[in-house]
Design a protein around this ligand. Structure first.
Ligand code: MSP
Length: 507
């Protein structure tokens, strides 16, 4: 049954340009959104930029420009990077937009009216890179545990959110819904944190003015995280269009990296509860992309820092779909993974050049030579029909479990089996006639199904394959499960040979 699927990425800080770590999250969210559109779900995909706070203000000062100029410049870079990578977001939210200021003020005013925000004094170690206070015990040798950098000591009279009141309700929420936080290791981590007890948190600042003004207290702005989290509500109409908001909330899937788990699994759900709303349906936590492989630093950038690698640089070598396929396949959702240029070359050559590219080129070549360039219809009883049905079922199950890597393996099984089927039958050695027609019809039908199933990962290539095998429209206009059933390649279509879709890359 088609449902509703609202998927979000974290909104990215505009102190810097987009790098492959940001792209990793965004490509996963994009592939999920595309999959859900294919299965007919009402889908809404949100990404954007986080533009307030000390980190952005400081980077603007260093660059000699205003925070707004800094935000405009880098928000543009994020938007460009996502366009380059074929990201199909429905909205791009910027936290400096008036719609966002209105929603932030509405939600926090509501929490204030409900009695969960009060004035108090706070003093403690603060990491500007995290934009977060730490408890003394969380520091490692006096440094931020995430950035390994010195912290600042801040003391402020601030408004506090009475987070401690939500401890038990948060535990109840997570315990009542085993899927609320995935994977299970992260769910347990959050439960462990909650069971240690929660302190109230300071949510406003007077020490800077680059933020959303607190409506009830002049001179205060909201602390960047409490403004940022609300973006997920702003974009679907919180405070402006109640009906729209109710349509999408809480059917949300927040895709996040593991370093921002507390904000998304503790503070955000508690804020929502305090505002009288339901917590998010799913928070999906992935690991970090780490930098490994000597070759990378030598051949790609000359610098061994992951945050220095712009997506565009890798797209030059691998194309957009080579980039997307690698990050979806080789960085399984959940654990940390080492980024390696060599692994990227190997994945491209094996999956795209050798398997998918080769299948397309063989089919087009044989159809040109033995079928006058006209693709025949498939055999309803082909042995590939069962392979395709299994591939479809496994692909769908894996996307549902947010396992892109497993989904792609399932789709690629159909590609490999179809190549093997051609190799064992050797239609290129046969005389033109019904036997060749049957084999090529089956291969074209397998390719039609593959093209639909792989389109969330490698959309532009799938569109091109679809066109070359003579089909009208787009694989993305198809609706699963119906379009996945065997036997729908109509036959009688002109098949185009074309240049290799994925030229091999030398290692
Ligand atoms: N602005 C906050 C998020 C606010 S959400 C309401 C923030 N921004 S960020 O620019 O630092 O981006 C964080 C996100 O980018 C991470 O959660 C993660 O999804 C992604 N990644 C950044 N570096 C990454 C890696 N090295 N590896 C994997 N993902 C990475 O935090």
């Amino acid at each position: 049954m088609p449902g509703r699927f609202y998927v979000t990425t974290p909104i990215y800080y505009v102190n810097d340009a987009p790098h492959i770590g940001h792209a990793y999250t965004t490509v996963i969210a994009d592939a999920l959104a595309r999959w859900h559109r294919l299965v007919g779900d009402d889908t809404y995909f949100l990404t954007g930029t986080d533009e307030h706070g000390l980190k952005v203000a400081q980077s603007a000062t260093e660059a000699g420009i205003t925070p707004q100029e800094q935000a405009d410049r880098n928000a543009g870079r994020f938007a460009e990077a996502w366009e380059l990578l074929g990201i199909s977001n429905d909205d791009f939210i910027r936290t400096t937009e008036p719609r966002h200021h209105a929603a932030v003020q509405a939600m926090l005013q509501q929490i204030h009216d409900n009695g969960d925000i009060e004035l108090d004094t706070y003093e403690g170690p603060y990491c500007v890179s995290c934009e977060a206070y730490y408890a003394e015990g969380e520091l490692v040798d006096g440094m931020c545990p995430i950035h390994n950098k010195p912290v600042e000591r801040l003391r402020e009279e601030n408004y506090f959110f009475r987070l401690s009141r939500y401890e038990q309700r948060l535990i109840d929420w997570i315990e009542s819904d085993p899927e609320a936080i995935q994977p299970v290791g992260k769910r347990n981590e959050v439960l462990g944190f909650l069971r240690q007890g929660l302190d109230d948190v300071s949510i406003t600042r007077t020490s800077l003015d680059w933020g959303v003004p607190v409506p009830w207290a002049e001179g205060h702005v909201f602390y960047v995280w409490y403004d940022a989290l609300i973006n997920y509500a702003t974009a679907i109409g919180y405070g402006t269009d109640d009906e729209r908001f109710r349509t999408w909330w809480p059917a949300v899937h927040h895709i996040i990296g593991k370093e921002i788990i507390r904000f998304h699994c503790v503070y955000w759900p508690a804020m929502l509860m305090a505002a009288g709303l339901e917590p998010p349906k799913h928070v999906l936590v992935h690991g970090w992309l780490l930098l490994g492989g000597e070759k990378l630093s030598k051949t790609v950038h000359g610098q061994a820092k992951l945050t220095d690698i712009a997506p565009a640089r890798l797209v030059e070598d691998f194309g957009v779909d080579g980039f997307r396929h690698h990050f979806l396949h080789d960085q399984p959702f959940g654990p940390d993974g080492d980024f390696s240029y060599e692994a990227m070359v190997a994945r491209y050559n094996s999956d795209l050049a050798n398997n998918l590219g080769n299948l397309l080129s063989r089919v087009a070549t044989v159809v040109a030579k033995k079928c006058d360039g006209i693709g025949p219809a498939p055999d309803p009883d082909s042995p590939l029909a069962a392979v395709a049905a299994d591939a479809y079922a496994d692909t769908a199950a894996a996307w549902d479990r947010i396992q892109p890597s497993v989904a792609l393996d399932a789709t690629w099984r159909l590609i490999k089996e179809t190549n093997a089927h051609l190799e064992s039958n050797e239609p290129w050695k046969m005389e033109p006639g019904p036997e060749v027609e049957r084999i090529m019809g089956d291969a074209l039908e397998a390719l039609r199904i593959v093209t639909i199933l792989a389109s969330p990962a490698v959309p532009a290539s799938c569109q091109e394959i679809w066109r070359r095998i003579g089909l009208p429209g787009s694989p993305e206009d198809q609706r699963l499960p119906d379009a996945g059933a065997w036997g729908q390649y109509p036959g009688g279509l002109a098949v185009e040979k074309g240049d290799p879709l994925f030229p091999r890359i030398k290692a």
